[in-house]
Design a protein around this ligand. Structure first.
Ligand code: PLP
Length: 388
């Protein structure tokens, strides 16, 4: 089996698993308990927090552990917007891009439905990029928050986050970015990016599912979504997932050590793969930006097929990938992300996404490109009525 669905989830790194084991066994204490077991857990949590902070170039106190990317996005979008509105009720608009993950989009829609916010959706161009002018045109004194993702999970387009954050700041508006897909591939230096909040998910970087992080810059207020014992400095009540936090910190720090070389190596493999696929299926359409894209992601539309049928054929041929985001898997509706890029619905339904771990090899991708040619050919033959 060749696994090319790393954007959906990646395997847990052995080092992360080994680092978390003590906190599931011998050192299983609750970090809020005032005895040795509790103190050992609290110390592990503090070390994990500092580890994440050093990758993000922020202070440990600016790192909140969550149960994943979805919770981090919810806490950023709802928490920051609600806190700003309660300080000034006229600040009641949120800005998102047209290609956000549902964790951001649905959080903004919730604010609209339940808290009287207006949502401004910034369009993207045909490569999935948000332009600075498009963002500037929706910003104003009523804007509570801008949330624009770092790298898109379906087409891999990487946004000019630093420039977008700077534009938001010209209007005095905090900027959040969903960096779930960027993690492990792109710099997460929040100072260089100039972002006020950033979300991460453990299971995309080699930690288990159910672990995540929200960075929030020091002075930004966040209305908590979870109320209870006041853990995570009141931002996120609930007994902390110590083992998950330790695993996330371990996996993130390890990936940071080799990130630049891996990104360069995998980018070269991705380019080779894209060229092979476009040569094998000449009318295939690469979606997203050719250059400003994640090293690890290649996405195509194969006109005259159905993405789901191509996936099934690919799986028979030993290649695992997806038709778009894992969240939308099984849905017949064309992807809103592809529609936002101006791709017609009938073409959007032919989408297939290939996403790689850093362990991907040239031989695997060569085999996968051959499988794509076979799979697309089979689906097209099935679609053409047989002549008798
Ligand atoms: N944001 C993006 C861009 C994602 O790709 C995902 C997961 O696919 C999430 C958020 C949600 O993260 P989690 O699965 O940890 O809730």
């Amino acid at each position: 089996m060749i696994y090319l669905d790393a954007a959906a989830t990646a395997p847990v790194r052995r080092e992360a698993l080994e680092a978390m084991w003590p906190y599931l066994s011998g050192d299983f204490g609750n970090p809020s308990s005032h005895h040795t077991l509790g103190e050992a857990a609290a110390a592990a949590l503090a070390t994990a927090r500092s580890g994440v902070a050093s990758v993000l170039h922020c202070r440990a106190g600016e790192v909140t552990f969550t149960c994943g990317g979805t919770e981090a996005d919810n806490l950023a979008v709802k928490g920051i917007a609600l806190a700003r509105k309660s300080a000034d009720p006229t600040v009641n608009r949120v800005v998102i891009s047209a290609v956000e993950h549902p964790a951001v989009e649905e959080s903004a829609r919730y604010l609209e439905r339940a808290h009287g916010f207006a949502v401004d959706v910034v369009p993207v161009d045909d490569k999935g990029l948000v332009t600075i002018d498009a963002l500037r045109s929706v910003l104003g004194p009523q804007t509570a928050l801008v949330s624009i993702m770092y790298a898109n999970n379906e087409v891999g387009t990487v946004q000019p986050v630093a420039a977008l954050a700077a534009a938001a700041h010209e209007f005095g508006v905090p900027f959040h970015t969903d960096a779930v897909q960027a993690a492990g591939w792109l710099s997460l230096d929040v100072k260089a990016l100039g972002v006020d909040a950033l979300s991460l998910s453990g299971h995309k970087v080699g930690a288990p599912k159910g672990s995540g992080v929200l960075f929030v810059k020091g002075r930004i207020q966040v209305e908590p979504l979870m109320h209870g014992g006041g853990q995570e400095r009141g931002r996120r009540s609930g007994t902390e997932n110590v083992a998950g936090a330790v695993a996330l910190s371990t996996a993130l720090a390890l990936s940071e050590v080799t990130r630049k070389e891996e990104a360069a190596r995998v980018t070269a493999l991705r380019e080779e793969f894209i060229d092979r696929v476009l040569a094998a299926v000449p009318d295939a359409m690469l979606t997203g930006h050719r250059i400003q894209r994640l090293p690890s992601l290649a996405s195509f539309c194969f006109p005259g097929t159905s993405g789901e049928s191509v996936l099934l054929e690919l799986e028979r041929l030993g290649v695992i990938c997806s038709s778009g985001s894992a969240c939308a898997a099984g849905s017949d509706a064309p992807s809103p992300v592809l529609l936002a890029l101006g791709i017609p619905p009938e073409t959007a339904q032919t989408a297939v996404r290939f996403s790689f771990t850093s362990a991907v090899t040239s031989a695997e991708l060569e085999q996968a490109a051959t499988a794509v040619e076979t799979a697309v050919g089979r689906v097209r033959n099935l679609a053409v009525p047989q002549q008798h």
